[in-house]
Every structure is written in C-alpha cells, then in structure tokens.
Design a protein around this ligand. Structure first.
Ligand code: PEP
Ligand code: MN
Length: 355
C-alpha cells in the first residue's frame, strides 16, 4: 500500500502515519518530493486492514498496490487448480459440461432432463431444489424432496450433481446428498452462507453476483477459501447492464481476467446470461473460445410446462448440436471434453488432484 500525503501535510502528520504503521508491525518508507510526500507500507497486508489511514491528518489517498485476496490468488498458487466433483475434473485442460433442469419439478422431469444432459455430453448434473426467486409467489423449489429426487437420479445415472443452497440452515441437508454446492448470484455476498458452505467440505460453485465486480466475486471466493476449502469453481452468469434485449449481459472478459488473477477454474452459464434458448448455443461457442473451463446449461424435456426458466432451457432437438459444439470447439481450444476418470490422483490428463 502507498499513502499519499497532501501537499499541505507537515512533518508531524507524516510521523503520525509512520508510527501507526510501525505500531501494527509494518514498515514504512518515506519518500519526500518537492510538493508531496508518499509513504510506502511493507509487511503483512492483514496488519493494515483495520488501520484507518484515510482518517489521519494530512492523508490525501491510500492506494492498494497488491491484491486483497491471498488464498485464491495465483500469486500464492501459480499453477491452475483442478476441482474434482466426484470423479469428474473441472480445470484448465478440459471443458466440463454441467447440465440438467433449472428446477427439480417431478422425478420424471428430472430424470428425463438429466438423461438429455448426459446425451449432450454432460458429466455433472445440475438441478435446483431450493430456488431463489424474485417473487415470493413463484415456485420456490421442492426442498428436501427435490434433493432426494436429484440424489436418486444421480445414483441411477452414475453422475455427480451440483445444487444450490440458499440459506445456512440447509447446508447440512444439501451437503449430505450433493457432490457440489452452488452459491447463486443473489447470494454471492451472503458472507455467512459462504462460510457455512465452505465448511461443508464439498466443492463449491460460486456464481458471480448480478452487479458484482470481478474483485468482489473473487473476494467472495476468498471467504470460502478462508474456511480451508479451496475446491472452488467460479461461474460467470451474466451481469446487469442497461441492455434489455438479453436477460443479463454475458461478460466474456471475466473469464480470462479471473483466470489471470486466481488459480480457480472459471466456467460460464450461457442459460442464465442470455435468458433465451436461441442464445445458449452461440454463447456456448463464445465460452469455449474465450477459455472457459466448463459450462452449466439448463435443459428441459418440455420447457413450455417448466415452472422456472422455460424460455432458456435447451430442448431435445438442441442436444446433438450442443454435443457437436462441445467436441469441435474443445478440440480447437486444445482441450478435451471432461470425462470421469478412475484415478483421481493422476487423471487421464496427467494432473495432480490439487493442481
Ligand atoms: C440457477 O443456476 O438455477 C440460478 C438461479 O442461477 P443464478 O444464481 O446465476 O441466477
Ligand atoms: Mn434458472
């Protein structure tokens, strides 16, 4: 960090700042210019976090020059991580398809949607049992009954599944059944939920908040990591902009930016970004082209009857095209479509489990 003093600051002001820094165990280097003095801070950033340097007399600005996150930063962990969901990798050498219904409605609908997902090339299933809805009158999900349905379908198909948890009270019930826990966009800064989900010890899918900056999103991941759980996958799902033609605006730049700052895998949700079926396949191509480590996609056997997000669900007719895009674009990107692997320590792609 660098403290920039006002041109009117005197020696006493500078000395007070230096003393405050030293009092918390840091070191301060003063550089006196003709018009302004700047003070460089050296030491563990956490020491300075609580120091109200902005409030000191004569201080004009406090500028952070290093990143506020440590555990998820690639400074500390330069090799990209691979997160394992059951026996399926999500990492930099593969493209992993997660797919299934937006919401679990019935056992038949869930089983059918999950079979469609598998046909398209998915190796991880998705489905919502607890739905965070904008309206309290909208379908809120089947809760535990929905978890049981997902659990049954996942066992029948031999595929792991991810599902959202919306409140700390449900973390244990969800973690007891699911292979990966999802934090939805609306809960990205629900810090208590981030901590509880982290402590459940399962891999975490962390969606970007609708209005979150990339730094805020990564700081949310740091909350999970702070519990000791580094099995985190970031998911860009579109952000709110002034553009009403799409449900959200897919921020494709977020993928290379987040990958350049963290060692975590970054995937894209083309369904919740565009909000329209006809946009899902084009955005899938964009996702793989920009280097996403995976995709999470809604499918539904009869979207016209769907209780949630029917307009964006892929239908049976889309599956072959989706599979074809996955295979061809993944190959062009120099990656492989992720498949389950027997040996999680040295997988088919020769990576170690923690990257
Ligand atoms: C979802 O994946 O079902 C969902 C609600 O997504 P988001 O949190 O991105 O809106
Ligand atoms: Mn949805």
């Amino acid at each position: 960090m660098v403290v920039v003093m006002r041109s009117s600051a005197n020696d006493t002001d500078v000395d007070k700042v230096v003393k405050a820094i030293k009092d918390v165990g840091g070191d301060a280097f003063v550089s006196r210019g003709k018009h302004q003095t700047i003070i460089g801070l050296v030491g563990d950033l956490t020491h300075f976090a609580e120091l109200p340097l902005h409030a000191y007399p004569g201080v004009e600005d406090v500028i952070r020059v290093s990143r506020p996150y440590k555990l998820v930063s690639n400074d500390a962990h330069p090799r990209p991580s691979t997160v394992w969901v059951g026996d399926v990798p999500i990492g930099r050498e593969t493209v992993t398809l997660i797919a299934g219904p937006c919401a679990v409605e019935t056992e038949e609908q869930t089983a059918e949607a999950c079979r469609m997902a598998r046909e398209a090339g998915a190796t991880i299933l998705r489905g919502g049992a607890y739905k965070p809805r904008t309206s309290p009158y909208a379908f809120q999900g089947l809760g535990e009954a929905g978890l049981d349905i997902l659990n049954g379908v996942s066992h029948d198909l031999g595929m792991p599944f991810v599902t959202e948890v919306v409140t700390p009270a449900d973390v244990d019930a969800v973690a007891a059944r699911a292979d990966m826990l999802q934090i939805g966009a609306r809960n990205m800064q629900n810090f208590q939920l981030l901590k509880e989900v982290g402590m459940a010890g399962k891999p975490v899918l962390l969606k970007r908040g609708l209005t979150a900056t990339i730094d805020e999103w990564i700081m949310a991941a740091e909350y999970v990591a702070h519990t000791g759980n580094l099995q985190i996958v970031l998911c860009e799902r579109g952000i709110r902009t002034y553009e009403p033609m799409t449900r959200n605006t897919l921020d494709v730049s977020a993928v290379p930016v987040a990958q350049s700052l963290t060692h975590l895998p970054v995937i894209i949700d083309p369904s919740h970004s565009g909000g329209k079926r006809e946009l899902v396949l084009p955005l899938t191509r964009a996702a793989i082209a920009v280097g996403a480590d995976g995709l999470i996609i809604d499918v539904h056997p009869r979207p016209e009857l769907a209780l949630v997000d029917g307009p964006q669900a892929l239908i049976r007719e889309d599956l072959l095209t989706l599979r074809d895009i996955l295979l061809r674009f993944t190959d062009a990107a120099g990656r492989q479509l992720a498949a389950p692997t027997e040996d999680r320590r040295v997988g088919a792609w020769g990576r170690s489990a923690s990257g």
